[in-house]
Design a protein around this ligand. Sequence first.
Ligand code: IVH
Length: 661
Amino acid sequence: MDIKQRIDELKRIINEANHDYHTLDNPKISDYEYDRLLSELNKLEEQYPEYKTSDSPTNKIGGAVLDAFEKVQHEYKMMSLSNVFNEEELRSFYERIEKEVTGFSVISELKIDGLAVNIKYVDGVFVQASTRGDGITGENITENVRTIKSLPLVLSEKVSITVRGEIFMPHRSFNKLNEKRLENDEPLFANPRNAAAGTIRQLDSKIVSSRGLDLFVYTLVEPDQKITSQEEALKYLQHLGFKVNPHYKTHQTITSLIEQIKIYDGMRRTLPYDIDGVVIKVNEFKYHDRIGETVKFPKWATAYKFEAEKQETELIDITFQIGRTGVVTPVAELKPVFVSGSTISRATLHNEDYIKEKDIRIKDFVWIHKAGEIIPEVLNVNLDKRTNQKPFKMIETCPVCGEKLIRKEGEADHFCVNLDCPGRNINQMVHFASRGAMDIEGLGEKVIYTLHEFGFLNQISDIYNLHKNQDELMTIPGFGEKKVQKLLEAIERSKDMPLDRVLFGLGIKHVGAKVSKMLVKQFETIENLMNATYEDLMAIHEIGEMIALSVVEYFHNEANKRHIEYLRELGLKMAFSKQEVVEHELNNKTVVLTGKLENYSRDQAASILESLGAKMSSSVSSKTDLVIAGSDAGSKLKKARDLGIKVIDENEFMKLVNNET
Ligand code: IVH
């Protein structure tokens, strides 16, 4: 077999395996075998770039980075759907159709809560994907859609067709993404739909590839004469290799349709993705033209929208929570109720204005729901049940330290500005020690609370003085010699954390992990950053007014400056040495970490490597320069060996980072 034949064979086998795994949920080859084939294909394509084609499964990992999305003119207008919200409205939709045609059936499908996409194939090969946009012009998102694992790059027949479907983010991907964002102190996505929309607008397709989007296809645009109904179209789409949602049904009567909608509504909470209703379409295509359309939507289809789930419960009390930046948030303490899959007993009330606007009072009965099905929120008050509840009054002093709260003009939040406030400082320490920041193992929330209670921890700098109290620490219940020893070692190790982690750990408002990295890259030392003016900060492309103001304000504060000076004396890194990075042999090298390391957490190892200029990657490919393999390293190690990539163990890693090689 010649090279080209082998490449074609590999593409075919891997595309099929992708389809078995991601579309049919029925893998036929092992992950190991899959990795092996993919790495063979990768290698061959690298050696013979002339044979690399756009339909190759190696493109699924992304790579293309765009400056902007091009506009795409839709050949056929992308319409949207009219809505019905109850049985009555549904019946009148049905009756209107009965007036136009007889002998029709309707098909019910799940209304997937994501974003519509238009996808083109030429001779059975994927060529273009675009967003709906305004229905006439959309944006070209071909490179991003290409990374969606269940999208067939090649169809089972060499047809030139256009299809439409819904890009969505399954709950699993959504939860994983938000967990990661929480760790990095990045704003969370409110719901899977927003997350999917935000992801598809990423210019870097690698990011898209990593976020686990998925796709259901439901429309065949301008079908062939042979296909006469939506039901046949769905079957044909499935035959071509598309992922078609299995929950659809045809109905001869409205009674059967209504029954089915109830079944779908009941299923809703157990599906691994969000749906917001049921789409009802006249099944037979021959009737569509006769029934017609308005400017915006077809009259032969509609969307039955589910009601967002809400529950009534008693608001037992309003308490106050203090965050690490000193912001004081009112919280509703509720009589526990079950809403959208979980029991809720607390919900944020955001701020004073929110409560006043809705006139929420203690002992009221309130309606609650989950915003974006995730975050519990008080919707409104059931005024029928109001008796003699008193209007809410915002507290004036900090619930923890008693300092007078400040509400700045134009802002909705109240702040405790007492730098010694224990409530605020405990949260600061929790953040400082957390994985995304200084990653101090063993110094979690519980331990910090206990050490605070016993008087050892009041502020961040106390962490680095704990070793002076080693003997006393061992007298705290639950703190044995070993535990204390380990904790102190972890604290000592954290002194090696690079400046961007220190900066992130300080918890400056609006300065998350990414912004910290950017600031350190730009200013290199804490002094430079302290001296930076608002204009200096604004000159950085990614930094806006909010961040710039917050940074300037933070470093204007004398107490903050003293605190930082003290942290430097205690041994924390306050400068980033470019010299070191440039000279280090890992600079600009792509490194993969796999398996378990004894002396470092993965995050620690990754940030050490990054501080030396290495680029971290989560998967091994021919572009990988080095793999660091801890214990129990699995398929990545194997793949590295197959690809002939340099592999080192933890000992060698330690030598390498210390420049001892
Ligand atoms: S058919 C003429 N089927 O809902 C419109 N749409 O509110 C044809 N959607 O823009 C759309 N699931 O993004 C159709 N099974 C389904 C759907 C579905 C979700 C979305 C789609 C559409 C929006 C209309």
